[in-house]
Write a protein that binds this ligand. Sequence first.
Ligand SMILES: Cc1cc2nc3c(=O)[nH]c(=O)nc-3n(C[C@H](O)[C@H](O)[C@H](O)COP(=O)(O)O)c2cc1C
Length: 333
Amino acid sequence: MVGLTHFVVRKALQEYLPPGRRSLWPTEMLNSRRIPSQHVGQSIETRFDDHEAGLCPQLLGNEEGFIRDSIVKLRDWGARAIDINMGCPVKKALRHNYGVALMGDPDYAAEITAIAVKYAGELPVSVKLRAAAPPKEPQSDPTSVEPDPEFLKDFCLKIQEAGASWITLHPRTAVQQRKGSADWSQIASLKQVMRIPVIGNGDVQTLEDAERMFEQTGCDRVMIGRALVAKPWLLSAAGAPPVEDPLLSGANYGKFLSRVLELSREHYPEPLGVRRFRYLANFGSPYLEYGHHFYSSLTSTDSYDGLRGRLTGFFGARFDRPQKMMSRTCLRY
Ligand SMILES: Cc1cc2nc3c(=O)[nH]c(=O)nc-3n(C[C@H](O)[C@H](O)[C@H](O)COP(=O)(O)O)c2cc1C
């Protein structure tokens, strides 16, 4: 996830995973046109820890040469799987004909998948996609695009045929971006026809939500995006009763941010680390009762020390000041 699943955040999140449990860890979306000429491992998007298991770089691309050179580099770098982005709806991706634009041409999307499979060798290749293709003509009314379960099934069967090892479905259209609700029935209907695993995604904010998604859709795994960077303990609670104490959650969120800040100081130059920290807090702070005060306090400092002061000012020096945190919020961004 752009701006969020960089090295430091992944590292802080991984500390919540109980021993013996595993997860896939997607990187930020990586542009296949840039990776071949980059020193992977040095940019914030490509840094990783030697001990990171399940590292799954996500590639944006549509040309064989770039995809090949990116995959060869990422394999050496420590990738455990390669994910192809077929869901990014931003204008730039549509203009370049990658991201969700690939859903507009199922045969070509399958070809891209097959290319990735060819160069990934023993590494599995997955595809992350949406509920519908974007409009065919850039000028046409984008709101006319409705989810189309039959199209989606045919599209995913082609991806499967091309050699994908699993797919992750975020069941919103490109036009919806991340607004409105994710239509889980699309995951259920896809699950009925696919042989490869289907990972369901969209609007999971609590363990109950995750359990409901498993029950309602029959999906093989659940991907949690925005809520995980607010409530990382969802990872450690896997398999435990879904109970969240609002005051305890507030303190725990403060401790998570404190850990991210500590790691940022260790690994990132200050201006970059501060920007990324604020961006992260933008997604978790809406869960706090006074999240807007907390978030706006972060915007008035440009230093690590300043952020530390804002954290302890809000959560208390020992993170024991009662700060209520809701288990769900309106996912706005
Ligand atoms: C800040 C942000 C960046 C994102 N970047 C990516 C991305 O690079 N690749 C991708 O496949 N999805 C990306 N997404 C979409 C998420 O992967 C996910 O599909 C979406 O947020 C719905 O899941 P959620 O309700 O659990 O957050 C991004 C979402 C957010 C909020």
